[in-house]
Write a protein that binds this ligand. Structure first.
Ligand code: PLP
Length: 390
């Protein structure tokens, strides 16, 4: 039985901060009313809801009515894509080949409504190939969705650049910023996006709460009906305790100015330095090689490697994850396992990684809960796990 794991899976989820837990408990105890109710209990909840909305809006430098509370990025992405499509005549949606499955699923639903879906090719680093931009943004493209920071390989996409190009052409642009926001909170207008999606549990907030932020002039149609909450765009009684936790979690993230080539500061003051040190140590291990871009185009908490034996034979990353878990290290692999069949990672396939290696992508994602001493144990555990599987 492992006692304390070295938790290196921030891209999957993050441990809630103590102040976040306190904000959740406090809201649940003291503002448990329905914000739509007219009595004092309801008004107390409505006041807290609006305080949280205002606090969150300030962090993104937007008006409070540009924020829509959702159950997380999966829902935000669906509302962004399906809710925007409803205000367009059917056309083409372009999504990168390395999106989260939520984006693929939402885009796929548009096919029933007469839309076509086209994938923006990526290079061997997982970065979109800009030489295709003119062609892809030509008619009949009406919408583009681009992941701001890729979860599996850490690639930071040029969202501001694509956003500006879309805006010039009147194309709706949505950016899935779920993995970017935890590394620092830029102003919304820096994305040059009509819409961005995010999830609180990726930045030490509670699970089951997220945001869709929209440009105030962007037309959006609700995808579910009901009580008309969230300006009529997302019905359902607001998850106030979770919203309070999200507002608290976001309040401690560093601010920065996003532009075409800025690397976010990182989820804690030491995260980027710690990542660099650990990455260097891991790349000294024979059989491991960098997967995804260099640190100048990579999310600051992100490490991804292809893992093979010292002799250069690919090792399935899922087996490495299990071996490392037995040794007290929590990390993750990209390849899925469905119906007992191991599957290649779709991200590594889109990157054209040679076939035998498509199940060998191993990811370590750091957060501010880690210290140097703990991290320096990781390479030894990786070597032990690699030997056990060679
Ligand atoms: C890039 C990206 N988008 C969307 C999601 C979905 O977030 P959630 O599961 O919180 O809805 C995730 C979660 O892993 C993600 O990494």
């Amino acid at each position: 039985m492992v006692e304390a794991e070295i938790y290196l899976d921030a891209a999957a989820t993050t441990p809630p901060r103590q102040d976040v837990i306190e904000a959740v408990v406090c809201a649940q105890q003291e503002a448990w009313g329905n914000p739509s109710s007219l009595h004092n209990t309801g008004v107390k909840a409505a006041e807290l809801l609006e305080r949280c909305r205002w606090k969150l809006a300030q962090r993104f430098a937007v008006a409070p009515d540009q924020l829509i509370f959702t159950s997380g990025a999966t829902e935000s992405v669906h509302l962004a894509i399906l809710g925007s499509a409803a205000s367009h005549a059917p056309g083409r949606i372009v999504v990168s080949g390395v999106e989260h499955p939520a984006v693929f699923a939402a885009a796929d639903q548009l096919k029933n409504k007469g839309w076509s879906v086209v994938f923006w090719p990526v290079d061997a680093m997982g970065l979109i190939r800009l030489e295709f931009m003119e062609e892809l943004l030509d008619e009949p493209t009406r919408m583009v969705s681009l992941i701001a920071a890729q979860s599996e390989v850490g690639a930071l996409q040029p969202t501001a650049l694509v956003g500006r190009a879309c805006r010039d052409r009147g194309i709706t642009f949505h950016s899935d910023a779920t993995q970017l926001i935890p590394q620092g909170c830029p102003e919304f207008n820096r994305f040059h996006s009509d819409l961005i999606s995010l999830s609180a549990h990726k930045f030490q907030g509670p699970r089951g709460i997220g945001l869709l932020i929209r440009d105030s002039s962007h037309p959006l149609v609700p995808v579910q009906g009901g009580g008309g909450q969230e300006f009529g765009l997302r019905s359902g009684t607001e998850a106030l305790a979770l919203i309070a936790g999200m507002a608290q979690a976001l309040s401690v993230l560093p601010a920065y100015h996003l532009s075409g080539d800025t690397i976010p500061p990182g989820s804690g003051p030491d995260v980027r330095r710690q990542r660099d040190v650990l990455l260097e140590a891991l790349l000294e291990i024979p059989g491991l090689s960098l997967l995804g871009p260099n640190v100048d185009q990579r999310s600051p908490n992100h490490i991804a490697v292809l893992v093979g034996s010292a002799e250069g034979q690919p090792i399935p990353a899922r087996a490495m994850v299990r071996e490392l878990a037995r040794r007290g290290v929590a990390c993750s692999s990209g390849s899925a396992c469905r119906s007992g069949q191991r599957q290649d990672s779709s991200v590594l396939t889109a990157m054209n990684i040679p076939e035998p290696w498509r199940q060998s992508g191993l990811r370590f994602t750091l957060g501010p809960w880690l210290d140097d001493k703990t991290l320096m144990q990781v390479p030894d555990h990786v070597v032990a796990a690699q030997r056990a599987l060679s």
